[in-house]
Design a protein around this ligand. Structure first.
Ligand SMILES: C[S@@+](CC[C@H](N)C(=O)[O-])C[C@H]1O[C@@H](n2cnc3c(N)ncnc32)[C@H](O)[C@@H]1O
Length: 202
């Protein structure tokens, strides 16, 4: 089978997988389908993945955004992907063979401990597709704060959300600069938020 044919099949099977897991754990999974290629590519662009050395991803699911981040990331780059839902952790580990990817089976806020343990100088970018609007508000703040503290001073946080207004005020409480764009070629249209200059740094 051609490369394109097997990619299409893999994409289709990840759609079914995603829908099945959504029906089992709606509030954790948060969407009925994985992110489209075009939207995932736009997220990788906004994160500056092509020039990054260390990226983190919150909520990789079946790997739609992960794949585009890895496609853009330089050969010596690393991507740490934090996923809480065990079937997705197993799926990522079984389907993506790339030594640059480290799947972390922990919630997003664990990024603070990971950075310390591994003595990383800081992430160039953090990308999130976690369904914040379905989550406890205190946990959202904890995750955003941990992200701000784990970034390099010039690092970027990019969040994909389907609730158009929920996250921006919470982001503004943690970052000085918050930009918003709507990606209209998606049903429903997706909101992309890009934040820089965290307010609280250690
Ligand atoms: C809307 S899905 C996005 C999946 C994938 N990134 C995509 O775009 O197709 C949200 C993902 O966030 C994960 N998630 C939910 N809460 C999380 C948390 N606290 N930390 C890490 N991942 C989380 C879910 O298990 C799910 O994989």
């Amino acid at each position: 089978m051609s490369d394109r044919g097997s990619r299409t099949l893999a994409h289709r099977s990840s759609h079914w997988r995603f829908l099945r897991e959504f029906l089992r754990a709606q509030r954790t999974v948060g969407a009925v389908a994985p992110t489209s290629h075009g939207l995932a590519r736009r997220i990788a662009q906004l994160a500056g993945a092509e020039a990054a050395h260390a990226i983190a991803e919150f909520g990789p699911g079946t790997g739609a955004i992960t794949g585009e981040l890895l496609a853009a990331l330089p050969a010596d780059g690393r991507l740490w992907a934090f996923e809480v839902y065990p079937p997705f952790v197993a799926h990522l580990r079984a389907t993506i063979e790339d030594l640059r990817l480290i799947v972390v089976a922990e919630s997003a806020e664990a990024i603070a401990g990971l950075r310390e343990r591994q003595e990383l100088p800081g992430f160039d970018a953090i990308v999130s597709a976690v369904p914040f609007s379905l989550m406890d508000r205190a946990q959202t703040t904890q995750i955003l704060r941990a992200a701000g503290q784990a970034l390099r001073p010039d690092g970027i946080f990019v969040a994909l959300q389907y609730h158009p207004r929920y996250l921006a005020p919470l982001l503004r409480a943690e970052f000085t600069v918050v930009e918003r764009e709507v990606y209209p070629w998606n049903i429903p249209p997706a909101t992309l938020l890009r934040a820089r200059n965290p307010l609280r740094v250690d």
